[in-house]
Design a protein. Structure first.
Length: 309
């Protein structure tokens, strides 16, 4: 099955009330772990690449690894640019074969965001590629995205309606209380589902995206710290909240931090228990297995068992 866009995935998600998992990829083991899990659960999946990942792994390598994943499974796979910083990056990804791109103009004024997003939409749509945009600002750090907590802001439902109508974007990432990175909440976890519901009332046919939505699994944080890590007080979004978000109209939920934690914790464990180990296969294999386990759990318990290809 060739790469697909997210259109049919999102149509099904909005009709049945669940979200699709979108997982960030950086290397072969991460791709294998995610795709093996999705294949086992017979679930569609979105593999997404940040501009930082492109700089790290290089575009030709990422494309060929994703092509290998597509050749070895029959599940629907979309390849998505996460947080495209500018028109040029989005164009590069469209031209390279991505089936979905995100233009993140949230750091600009509303009018500038509209203008930039519309430019990307016009080009991507001419090539049959769908576009995700962002309105509102999430706090936290992820690759090239760095927003101070004081600068974060919720998405305005009325602006969301105007933004979608003027840009023609295919999906919209909104800010309702999540944040990038491992430190999402200082106190009790809380998402503004009231804002989500108002936005869905304004744009009922537009798929909604939730960024910064890793659970920050406590066991993985503990494992990291046990074997020499320093990640104190990390807290993510509870699985129950994410599943509720899907029920209330979120079609795509982004997961990156949990993948990083699974890989890092298990590599640290191997080095901690076997200091003499230097064969990459011996520490990357358990990391890959851990990623597969995490993604399987999320597909079954967060993205809902009805989420089948």
């Amino acid at each position: 099955m060739p790469l697909v866009t997210t259109k049919k995935m999102f149509e099904k998600s909005m009709k049945e009330g669940f979200a699709i998992g979108a997982f960030n990829i950086n290397n072969m083991e991460i791709i294998q772990g995610i795709v093996d899990a999705a294949s086992e659960k017979n679930s569609p999946v979105i593999l997404q690449v940040s501009s930082g990942a492109i700089k790290y792994a290089r575009m030709p390598y990422l494309i060929k690894m994703v092509e290998a994943a597509v050749e070895t499974t029959n599940i629907p796979i979309a390849l998505h640019l996460d947080h495209g910083p500018d028109f040029e990056t989005c164009k590069e990804c469209v031209d390279a074969g991505f089936t979905s791109v995100m233009i993140d103009g949230s750091k600009y004024s509303f009018e500038e965001n509209v203008e930039l997003t519309k430019k990307v939409v016009d080009y991507a749509h001419s090539k049959g590629v769908v576009v995700e945009a962002e309105l509102g600002k999430l706090a936290g750090i992820e690759d090239d995205v760095n927003v101070a907590e004081g600068d974060a802001m919720y998405t305005d439902p009325d602006q969301a309606k105007e933004f979608v109508e003027r840009t023609g974007c295919d999906s919209l990432a909104i800010a309702i209380g999540t944040s990038h990175g491992a430190y999402k909440f200082k106190g009790e976890a809380k998402l503004r589902f009231d804002i989500l519901q108002k936005i869905k009332e304004k744009i009922p046919n537009t798929p909604i995206v939730l960024h910064g939505a890793s659970t920050v699994i406590p066991e993985l944080v503990e494992m990291c710290n046990k074997f020499g890590g320093d990640i104190p007080g990390a807290k993510g979004v509870p699985n129950e909240m994410l599943k509720e978000a899907g029920r209330l109209g979120v079609s795509k939920i982004n997961v990156d931090t949990d993948i990083r934690l699974a890989m890092t914790a298990n590599i640290r464990k191997v080095f901690g228990e076997k200091p003499s180990e230097f064969d990459p296969r011996k520490y990357l294999s358990p990391a890959r297995d851990a990623i597969k386990e995490i993604v399987e759990f999320k597909i079954e318990n967060v993205f809902c068992s009805s989420n089948k290809a």
